[in-house]
Write a protein that binds this ligand. Structure first.
Ligand code: MEV
Length: 430
């Protein structure tokens, strides 16, 4: 499968869906059917939340050009920020060479905490030992409580007890199988709490997942020839050095690191949202990881090595491909089809493409920042949104955008209002 589709952006949405079906070898109409079926139905939405009065519709887009671990991929993206999809495609194109982006996904782990209050002072050490020695018994109880999780490869893989202030905390670490695992581990914490109370002599307080991810992060790395950054070799070299300097600044300045990481999450959140994942959980884990050395730092780093620019991103990504919040949603099914994981429901591939998308997004943002700046591309899209919000038709949006391109300079609401008025005056005078 080849994920390069020159001119993809110029097709209409149904033409794009048809093109994807062809590339992905899907029967004609499969994607469209799910995407049309994804139109909001208030009676369904009313069961998904409380107090429902309407729906907020966001575009589901596809970024082509991805190559991850030697295989081409399309990234399904849902975002309200107009420049994200173009940036992901541009970054992915730059990082396509050879096997493309290399993503290493460690075995997934999810942990839950049981807070034990009132363990008598002087008995905490012995209580810890009793709890940890009961690991096999607790694992057996966990498997018995959720046989389908256990037969899908899930298990209790570690159990630790530690002191936190006056409390004893038991950390249950599970292999979640193909589930995201948060509800599962919370359920296990609740079920095993009475036994932990008996073993420790304490009384159970909180019994809940921790969104901090256990174990190593997902790692995505990629490189490109510096000369590919610009037609002019001197400009290309300057951009590469600018990206390296931006990475260095994010390393030393937490204020820059926050924005650097925000750009990475532009890509990560968009793909997770398209795939029905808990975006906030992944963000919380990512920011906790970014501050693991005691100061907030960047999740990715870039350096020039000879004639190549090389980047590495490390980020914990906890995703699931089975479970109530995911299954049965037509748009999520379409996103899984686009990713090529509909039947395998392979969370490893979802994690790999998600990390790759974060890296690609970061590269595109830094390339723009180290080159002409963001204003040219990013803000023109912003102008399109402003004009649409002012009631402009599609043709008017195009005219306003091309005026802005011709005139150059900053884009703000007042300017878009003025240009839209002049476009309308001209039309009326014809
Ligand atoms: C904008 O949404 C994201 C950027 O600010 C990221 C960055 O500065 O690296 C462009």
């Amino acid at each position: 499968m080849n994920s390069r589709i020159p001119g993809f952006g110029r097709l209409s949405p149904p033409e794009r869906a048809a093109m994807l079906e062809e590339r992905l070898g899907l029967p004609q109409g499969t994607l469209l059917q799910d995407l049309v079926g994804a139109q909001p139905d208030l009676s369904v939405l009313d069961r998904r939340s409380e107090g429902v009065v309407g729906a907020l519709v966001l575009p589901l887009s596809v970024a082509p050009n991805f190559r991850v671990n030697g295989e081409d991929a399309f990234a399904p993206l849902v975002t309200e920020e107009p420049s994200v999809v173009a940036a992901a495609s541009r970054g992915a194109l730059l990082l396509r060479e050879g096997p493309g982006i290399l993503a290493e996904v460690p075995p997934r782990r999810v942990a839950g905490q049981v807070q034990l209050r009132g363990v008598p002072r002087g008995e905490v050490g012995a209580a810890r030992q009793r709890v940890e020695a009961a690991r096999d018994e607790l694992a057996m109880a966990a498997r018995a409580a959720h046989p389908s999780w256990s037969s899908d490869g899930g298990d209790l893989v570690a159990l630790r007890a530690y002191e936190a202030g006056v409390d004893l905390v038991v950390l249950l670490v599970i292999d979640p199988g193909r589930a995201m695992g948060a509800n599962l581990v919370t359920d296990l914490c609740e079920r095993l709490a009475p036994r932990l109370e008996a073993l420790s002599g304490g009384s159970a307080g909180l019994r809940i997942v921790t969104n901090a991810v256990e174990g190593p992060p997902v790692r995505a790395s990629g490189s490109l020839e510096v000369r590919r950054l610009h037609r002019d070799p001197l400009r290309a070299e300057a951009i590469a050095r600018g990206i390296e300097a931006a990475s260095r600044l994010a390393d030393t300045d937490p204020l820059r690191a926050v924005t650097h990481n925000k750009g990475i999450f532009n890509g990560i959140d968009a793909i997770l949202l398209a795939c029905g994942q808990d975006v906030r959980a992944v963000e919380a884990a990512g920011h906790a990881f970014a501050v693991r050395e005691g100061r907030y730092g960047p999740l990715s780093r870039w350096r020039v090595d000879g004639d190549r620019l090389c980047g590495t991103l490390e980020v914990p990504i906890c995703v699931g491909t089975v479970g109530g919040a995911i299954e049965g949603r037509p748009a999520t099914r379409a996103a899984f089809r686009i990713l090529g994981i509909e039947t395998s429901r392979d969370p490893v591939r979802l994690s790999a493409v998600t990390a790759a998308c974060g890296l690609a997004q970061n590269l595109a943002a830094l390339t723009a920042l180290a080159g002409d700046g963001l204003l040219s591309g990013h803000l023109r899209l912003h102008a399109g949104n402003l004009a649409t919000a002012l009631g402009a038709s599609l043709a008017e949006v195009d005219r306003v955008a091309s005026r802005l391109r011709d005139e150059g300079g900053p884009v703000d609401r007042a300017r878009v209002v003025r240009l839209l008025a002049s476009v309308r005056r001209e039309r009326d005078s014809i």
